[in-house]
Design a binder for this molecule. Structure first.
Ligand code: UDP
Length: 246
């Protein structure tokens, strides 16, 4: 059995959340010479990669990619190469915070609005008192502030740089500045800080279990409907896509 599932030309490793986090644990213990970039690839990114070669190379150059969302997992199953489960940015972040609390890892939190970012830090500090938040910065900074922010991250030397700027902006930002960030691992986590801070409601387990997390998010944030139109388009295109040989 192959250890990856190919969807629209992207190789998704057949890894669970725990297996993915275990790899990151090794990266923190034995840091790589370069920043280890984790990209959680959702249907929107997969579709965007078909036209956008810059985004495609960011995904291909990443240290790890994960299957972000049930859409990717279902398509893999229909195409006969089963991905074991979805590994979303939010689930990955929660697991990293849990393990980080045992291992005293340090985290720099970049992104979300100016009220939500410090609120998320406060919640994380209270819930995971043994990890270190070595810096934080909201995500609505001016272009002229960027240099100062990069220097601050670099001086803080975080084990994990958590980037909640939205996809694919976060992925581009990490890739563009990867040589200057001085973090061991960087990961884009979408709107996860909004959920941690309580600005956006967390999807209840039962909605996740029935694979209708997308519907819950749509009800919570109806303005997302236009973005979610991409899901059926993705399903059809991905199922019909003729994957090349590897
Ligand atoms: N955001 C930000 N700076 C920006 C635009 C967005 O920090 O210039 C934040 C926003 O506040 C939210 C996150 O990025 O916390 C994006 O969340 P969304 O759910 O839209 O992201 P996705 O899950 O689609 O990546």
């Amino acid at each position: 059995m192959k250890d990856t599932a190919q969807i629209m030309g992207i190789q998704f490793p057949k890894r669970t959340l725990d297996e993915s986090v275990n790899i990151l644990r090794q990266v923190v213990e034995e840091p790589q010479p370069e920043l280890f970039h984790v990209v959680t690839v959702n249907p929107e990114i997969t579709m965007a990669c078909q036209k956008n070669t810059e985004l495609r190379s960011i995904v291909e150059e990443a240290g790890m990619i994960t299957a972000d969302g049930i859409g990717i997992v279902m398509v893999s199953r229909i195409k006969g190469s089963h991905l074991p489960e979805r590994v979303t940015g939010y689930d990955m972040l929660l697991k990293l915070l849990e393990v980080g609390n045992e291992k005293n890892w340090s985290f720099y939190l970049l992104g979300a609005d100016p009220v939500t970012n410090p609120k998320a830090c406060e919640v994380i500090r209270a819930t995971y008192p043994n990890l270190e938040i070595c810096g934080n910065q909201h995500g609505f900074f001016k272009p002229e502030e960027e240099g100062r922010i990069i220097e601050e991250i670099s001086a803080a030397k975080p084990d994990f740089l958590i980037v909640a700027l939205g996809a694919p902006y976060a992925e581009r930002w990490i890739h563009q500045h990867r040589t200057k960030l001085n973090a061991k691992v960087a990961i884009g986590v979408g709107g996860s800080l909004d959920v941690i801070a309580g600005k956006v409601k967390q999807t209840p387990e039962v909605w996740k279990r029935w694979n209708v997390e997308w519907l819950y998010r749509l009800i919570q944030q109806p303005h997302r409907w236009r973005r979610q139109l991409i899901l059926p388009q993705f399903a059809i295109r991905a199922i019909l896509y003729r994957e090349g040989r590897r």
